[in-house]
Structures are given as C-alpha cells and as structure tokens.
Design a protein around this ligand. Structure first.
Ligand SMILES: [Zn+2]
Length: 235
C-alpha cells in the first residue's frame, strides 16, 4: 500500500474499461518493464475467459474492478427504477460470479462515466473506489494540464474515493505532447492524475489506447519519478 505522505513526484493511474482481456494480458510485460500497475474494469457476465484474465492481471499486481453487467447508465437507471433494482440488475450478478470464483474486487468504473451522489451512495457499501470521468468534453486544442479537475493534491487524494479520469484515445483528442505535459505537471506539483481508456493495441479503435503511446507515457512517468499505480495500491 502506498503511503501518500511519502509521495513527492505525483501518482498517475492508468485505467482501462470494457473487458479487453486479450489486449490487456498482452501488456503485462510492458507494465512490468516500468514497475507499473494499472486498473482494469470488466462489464458483462464474466465468462471463464474473463475470470482467467482477472486472475492473471491480479497476479501480476494489477487492480481489477467491475463495470456493471449490461453497462447501463447508473444515474438514469437508479432514477427510473430505484436502487434495489439497479443493484439486482447491474451489480449483484457480477459480484455473485466473482464470489464463486474466489476473486475479490473492490473497484467500480461507471459505465459511460455517468454517476451522481445518489449512485455513489448506492454503491458505497459494495466498493472502495470509483472511477468516473471529467465533466468537460475534449475539443480541438484540448489541454489536460489546463483542466483543474484533472489534478488532485495528495491531501485531496487522501480524502476521496472518486477518481475522475481523462480519456485517452483518438476520440479524446489525445496526443503524446498533451499527455506528457499533464504528466510533467503532476510530477512537478506532486499531484494525482487519472486516465481512462479501453483496449490497448497498435491499431486501437477510437476510444482505445495505442500501445506505443502507452509505452511512451510509462517511460515518461517513470523518468519523472512518478508512482504508476493501480487502485488497490492506494489507501
Ligand atoms: Zn465502458
């Protein structure tokens, strides 16, 4: 477990959604090279293949979380059908599968980053940490380092279990320069910075991360002396 008081060069959290097991497992050696951990979120019924993947990711030191059975918007579902119906439809079925497989998971990523205070309250008894997204939608010239909500001081980080990430991928207008600038800011000012993406490959879709870009980001964060952590590494 990381002691936030001992962090002097910032923390970066790379998180990935939507159960891209093959691509994620393929990246285990890459993360290992930089002594880096990430957090991976699974939607869906969690067939054997996903359970195997989850076990392998956890064994390699990564954190895993749930991402809801049908990937429905939590805020809308709770508002329309109530909290019990939401838990029974989206959360409990996944938890049951993990429980039978003997897998412990304490993190949750909101589908489509849709959340509110009510959904946090509904899910709080079941998870320790939550991943959502930043409110602003990237537009041309988007500069992560200029988004105040993207960065938390260590003191702020110690007080919240909500991690609002910046998207990485073509859709989010990510460039290495943009990411590098954000990493530098986080390292120099000792801040916590969270990212989210989906798959990781050399030919990623619009909302996934290029593997070479990931390597460059890990190299940069490592050179800057940052902690590259998974959710379970943090208090
Ligand atoms: Zn998703």
């Amino acid at each position: 477990m990381i002691d936030l008081k001992k962090i002097t060069r910032g923390i970066v959290l790379f998180t990935f959604d939507d159960g891209w097991t093959d691509q994620w497992l393929d990246c285990i050696p890459l993360f290992q090279e930089f002594n880096a951990h990430a957090t991976f979120f699974y939607p869906g019924p969690l067939p054997e293949k996903d359970l195997d993947g989850i076990k392998k990711l956890q064994k390699a030191g990564h954190s895993v979380g749930l991402h809801a059975l049908k990937h429905l918007n939590a805020d809308e579902f709770v508002a329309e059908h109530g909290e019990t119906a939401y838990l029974e439809a989206e959360i409990f079925p996944q938890m049951k599968v993990l429980e039978s497989a003997g897998i412990k998971v304490e993190n949750f990523a909101y589908p489509n980053n849709q959340r509110n205070e009510e959904t946090d309250k509904v899910l709080m008894p079941y998870f320790k940490k939550f991943r959502a997204g930043l409110p602003s939608k990237p537009e041309k010239g988007y500069d992560i380092s200029a988004q105040p909500d993207a960065f938390l001081t260590m003191e702020e980080a110690g007080k919240t279990n909500l991690y609002c990430g910046n998207g990485i991928g073509e859709y989010y207008l990510s460039t290495f320069e943009n990411l590098e600038k954000a990493l530098k800011k986080a390292a120099e000012e000792n801040l916590r910075l969270t990212f989210f993406s989906h798959g990781i490959s050399e030919e990623p879709n619009q909302i996934s991360m290029n593997k070479t870009l990931l390597r460059k980001c890990l190299q940069t964060a490592s050179d800057l002396g940052m902690q590259i952590a998974g959710f379970d590494d943090l208090p």
